[in-house]
Unconditional design. Structure first.
Length: 185
């Protein structure tokens, strides 16, 4: 059943989509934005890539500088999401936001309504998807299981979807159908 986006997610609004690498965040966020009548897609990782020199990567036991850059990335992306919403767009903001960072990022987004969707496929599914992409999987020294453990320890905010057996269009349909469960604040 195809859900009309305007019935589920109004314009303007912010939809935050998170999950581990390979969860389908980019594909789902883009597909959701394409289904909305007036939407912007904010990719959190773009703010990491904007640092040309002096970038500190997020690795196990990350340095204080890496954590500061991660917080900066989240703050910039939340501000941009709010800016698009203030201009009348529904912003679909996607990034890897796990653990105690999720409630902090949710609290930093001022726009309302705000929807939070956590894509939570099984770890082996996320790893398989990440390995199918061009280039490196992105896991580096992380394992899918370690990131999945971080995700499972994340406070339960919004709509959590096991997308292991869902296609991108099916995931978007599930988000639209269950948008009331994703609404926070």
């Amino acid at each position: 059943m195809r859900i009309e986006p305007s019935q589920a997610i109004p314009t303007p609004a912010v939809v935050l989509i998170t999950g581990i690498m390979g969860a389908g965040k980019s594909s789902v966020a883009q597909a959701l934005a394409e289904r909305l009548p007036r939407a912007a897609h904010v990719r959190g990782d773009a703010f990491r890539r904007m640092i040309v020199t002096g970038r500190a990567e997020m690795v196990r036991g990350a340095s204080d500088e890496a954590l500061a850059q991660l917080r900066l990335r989240y703050a910039l992306a939340a501000s941009v999401a709010d800016g698009y919403a203030a201009a009348g767009f529904t912003t679909v903001y996607q990034d890897i936001i796990v653990g105690e960072d999720l409630p902090r990022v949710v609290a930093s987004i001022r726009a309302r309504p705000l929807f939070v969707v956590v894509l939570a496929p099984r770890a082996e599914t996320a790893l398989r998807r990440a390995e199918l992409r061009e280039g490196p999987s992105g896991y580096g020294e992380w394992t899918a299981e370690a990131l999945d453990d971080l995700l499972r320890d994340t406070p339960r905010i919004g709509l959590w979807l096991d997308t292991s057996d869902l296609t991108v269009p099916e995931t978007v349909d599930a988000i639209l159908l269950r948008a009331v469960e994703a609404r926070v604040g």
